[in-house]
Design a protein around this ligand. Structure first.
Ligand SMILES: Nc1ncnc2c1ncn2[C@@H]1O[C@H](COP(=O)(O)OP(=O)(O)OP(=O)(O)O)[C@@H](O)[C@H]1O
Ligand SMILES: C[C@@](O)(CCO)CC(=O)[O-]
Ligand SMILES: [Mg+2]
Length: 405
């Protein structure tokens, strides 16, 4: 029995342009994480997935799964870590019937895809997998990538001692199941943690950033639901309809990200704030903002406390605010109170960076401790109690459990 965990992320510069091979900058939101408990179960011949955040639970019989193994998984194995469209299609048509909620369906699809591809049939045994997240789901903070990394890590662990590179490669495949054409920035941050400048298809890999000062930001969750897949495909349609206009905009976004990396490393707050404003404007031009995000920006401007941009795919979800030097504690409290009380948004003040994916072996812990951990995953509804999970499970947190990696 073990737990894997991976953080959410905040894209500081370059969401969407990242999909078009332009550099982007992101950092882990390491205190906002997904956790996956993997338990052997007595019930024979079954693979079980529980996702309390989505009020979703489902079981598949080994017989159902083995039909698929024979016809399709070999294709994936022979091509190593690549998405196999026939396998995706077979999962979709044969294993997901009756799962109509799109959030539940994409989680189940990613789960089954990674399980069937990574765990060879001869070592499969009855398992219960339970996923919980303390980061908001579908909100621009990389929840899909964090579950994808936690799943890839767990399934690879069942077969070998996995490297971070391999976890990241499979997590990218999981992200691709969930949203079509990801850049890979979210899974890379969820795997490696820290802060990175990332360019899709760059053979040199991501470039680690070492900011002179910790990057502190205010995140605001609008609770407006959106789907990364839909937003990314909307930008694709815009690009295809006017490439001569959008390509230069994406090039300009790339320049913002490159300059932003330097400004963050040098802790040049003035420059960071200007680039945040410019990058948000570029994202508005791509059509991925939302009135609910604009009101956070407007409030930041009215109170003169700094600059706000959307973060992640946009369309709702979360905004990222950097405070200027003249913002007083009172101003910031007023900003947060207004957002929480008037609009019922949720705000978090957080330091970016920190731990990537990690593993906790439960066999090394005392029985009462194991029971306490297992109970965290047995929550009845979607409201994961963040404080309880953080107090016990957060890697590097108060309980100081022996997380590795
Ligand atoms: N705790 C969880 N349990 C089950 N599924 C989850 C969980 N967290 C995320 N997911 C899956 O990820 C999907 C959300 O992914 P999506 O890419 O739209 O949002 P995001 O990753 O939070 O934001 P962004 O991609 O903009 O950073 C959900 O629909 C669900 O399928
Ligand atoms: C919108 C996007 O740029 C970021 C989503 O967090 C998509 C991606 O890079 O995969
Ligand atoms: Mg996502």
């Amino acid at each position: 029995m073990f737990v894997t965990s991976a953080p959410g992320k905040v894209i500081i510069f370059g969401e969407h342009s990242a999909v078009y091979n332009k550099p982007a900058v992101a950092a882990a939101a390491s205190s906002l994480r997904s956790y996956l408990l993997v338990e052997p179960v007595a019930e024979d011949q079954v693979l079980e997935l529980n996702c309390p955040n989505l009020q979703f639970a489902h079981k598949w019989s080994t017989a159902q799964l083995s039909e698929i193994t024979d016809s399709h998984v070999l294709v994936t194995e022979s091509q190593s870590v690549l998405l196999s469209n026939p396998l995706l299609h077979t999962i979709d048509t044969q294993l997901l019937s009756g799962i109509d909620n799109p959030l539940q369906r994409s989680a189940a699809q990613c789960f089954l895809y990674l399980y069937l591809s990574i765990v060879p049939s001869h070592i499969r045994s009855a398992l219960r997998c339970t996923l919980i997240s303390t980061l908001p789901v579908g909100a621009g903070l990389g929840s899909s990538a964090s579950i994808s990394v936690a799943l890839a890590h767990a399934f690879l662990k069942l077969t070998q001692v996995p490297s971070r590179d391999l976890i990241n490669q499979w997590a990218f495949v999981g992200e691709t199941c969930m949203h079509g054409t990801p850049s890979g920035i979210d899974n890379t941050i969820a795997t490696f943690g820290g802060a990175l400048q990332f360019t899709k298809n760059d053979t040199n890999g991501p470039h680690e950033l070492h900011p002179k000062k910790p990057i502190v930001a205010v995140l605001t969750y609008t609770k407006i639901p959106r789907s990364t897949r839909t937003l990314v495909s909307g930008v694709r349609d815009l690009y295809d309809s006017m490439p001569d206009i959008i390509e230069p905009l994406l090039d300009s976004m790339a320049k913002v990200a490159l300059r932003g990396s330097v400004a963050l490393e040098q802790a040049d707050l003035e420059q960071v704030l200007q680039l945040v404003r410019v990058n948000h404007g570029q994202l508005v031009a791509l059509g991925v903002s939302h009135p609910g995000l604009e009101l956070i920006r407007n409030l930041t401007t009215e109170l003169q406390i700094g600059e706000t941009k959307l973060t992640g795919a946009g369309g709702g979800g979360c905004a990222l605010t950097f405070l200027n030097e003249s913002a007083t504690t009172n101003d910031v409290e007023q900003f947060k109170d207004m957002l929480q009380e008037k609009y019922e948004y949720q705000t978090f003040e957080t330091t970016l960076g920190g731990l990537g994916c990690s593993l906790l072996e439960l066999d090394q812990l005392s029985d009462p401790r194991v029971q306490q951990i297992v109970q965290l995953f047995r929550i009845p509804g979607p409201n994961v109690v963040m404080e309880q999970v953080d107090n016990i499970l957060l890697p590097g947190g108060p309980a100081d459990l022996p997380w590795v990696f």
